[in-house]
Design a protein around this ligand. Structure first.
Ligand SMILES: NC(=O)c1ccc[n+]([C@@H]2O[C@H](COP(=O)([O-])OP(=O)(O)OC[C@H]3O[C@@H](n4cnc5c(N)ncnc54)[C@H](O)[C@@H]3O)[C@@H](O)[C@H]2O)c1
Length: 367
């Protein structure tokens, strides 16, 4: 029996492959088409996943009324124009992270989503891991009380993909801040309950990538000279509710890790916690005991990249809210953008994350 929602993927590269099992597993969706200007990538994708309708131009997908959901997996800088076109064509949209590299683009997407009355979700797959979901449930049940401080980092010693998609600002919009900072920051803010950020003091620098002979271990390839993004960033963020956050991210850093060190700590009035260890730290004041407990975890039933597609399909079919609302991605990108501005201006930046949402065409006309 054919499934009720037809899906098309735009950008048939690396990450698109991790979404396919989700569209296949959902009882609601069928992957029917893909678009990519790269003919080899497109035909390889079609062969591997049995997708027959293959287009060099995404416009064919927007023009096809039978397609309900568009899944955007292109380089970051193309997210905004493609999301806007998909929403204007009346499609529901799942878009890879970052939703866009700048707050202005995300504001324009939110306005387009509201005009279209469709769902828009950012593919923040770390939220869909069993460990993240278990931690969220504990926090919502009050295990930490009021969370007043967070420490979060995603540090790679030598972990970057040295292709233009990632290392050229015109395609990526930024370095590890935009690429992986977006993961750890989204997860941290979500677990904190998405308090409103009000200021950021940050640094971002290219300290190692331009070193003579610098290379990227993952592909064993020299880092090209046109690398024009940061390789390290750090920040101190204040929130409207008084909470604070320290963030660190890197693609290259002389840090004691083989691969990647990703962790977050939250500290509240009733307890603290660590992810991904999924431990809770509390105090029994009556017995004067400090105690730790580990959350009982179930195994991930599927890869989180697939699970996010399954969740989006369910939300579309059942008329539920977006599992990762664009407003929360706007908070994340407002902070990351604030780090770049803080580096440039050499001072703390006040964030206007509650500024009214103005369509990008109106802002351009006013500029
Ligand atoms: N969630 C994660 O864990 C994760 C991991 C890697 C990448 N990503 C995100 O996925 C996105 C793509 O990254 P990737 O690693 O798959 O890159 P990639 O370079 O492997 O694939 C991108 C594809 O988009 C295609 N493309 C370029 N312009 C296009 C257009 N106008 N229309 C249609 N297709 C177009 C390219 O030809 C390429 O095949 C990025 O936004 C990245 O941040 C997410």
């Amino acid at each position: 029996m054919s499934k009720p929602l037809k899906v098309a993927i735009i950008g048939a590269g690396g990450i698109a492959r991790t979404h396919v099992p989700g569209w296949q597993a959902s009882p609601y969706t069928e992957l029917v088409a893909a678009a990519d200007p790269n003919p080899e990538a497109l035909s390889e994708f079609g062969r591997r996943f049995g997708v027959e309708r293959l287009y060099p131009d995404a416009g064919e997908i927007f023009a096809d009324p039978s397609i309900d959901i568009v899944d955007i997996c292109t380089p970051n800088r193309l997210h905004a124009p493609l999301v806007l076109a998909a929403l204007e064509a009346g499609k529901h949209v799942l878009c890879e992270k970052p939703l866009a590299p700048t707050p202005e683009e995300i504001r324009s997407m939110i306005a387009a989503r509201d005009r279209a009355g469709k769902l828009l979700m950012t593919a923040q797959h770390f939220r869909f891991k069993a460990s993240s979901q278990a931690m969220k449930r504990e926090i919502e049940a009050g295990a930490l009380g009021d969370i007043y401080h967070a420490r979060a980092w995603m540090l790679r010693r030598n972990g970057l993909i040295a292709t233009p998609t990632f290392i050229r600002r015109e395609l990526s919009g930024g370095g590890p801040g935009i690429d992986i900072g977006v993961h750890i920051l989204d997860l941290t803010l979500w677990l904190m309950g998405n308090p409103r950020p009000v200021s950021v003091s940050g640094v971002s620098r290219t300290a190692l990538a331009t070193h003579d002979g610098a290379w990227a271990v993952w592909q064993d390839t020299p880092i090209p000279k046109d690398f024009d993004v940061e390789d390290f960033a750090a920040a101190f963020v204040r929130f409207e509710n008084g909470a604070s956050l320290i963030l660190e991210v890197s693609w290259l850093l002389h840090h004691d890790t083989e691969n990647e060190d990703m962790q977050l700590w939250l500290y509240g009035t009733e307890g603290g916690c660590h992810w991904p260890k999924c431990e809770i730290y509390q105090t029994n004041y009556a017995t004067r005991q400090l105690y730790n407990r580990s959350l009982r975890l179930t195994k991930d039933s599927m890869e989180p990249h697939a699970a996010e597609c399954v969740a989006f399909a369910k939300a579309v079919y059942e008329g539920l809210p977006s599992p990762v609302p664009a407003e929360q991605s706007l908070q994340v990108i407002t902070i990351l953008d604030g780090i770049y501005r803080s580096q440039k201006e050499g001072r703390e930046i006040l964030l206007d994350s509650l500024a009214p949402i103005v369509p990008i065409e109106v802002m351009r006309a006013a500029a």
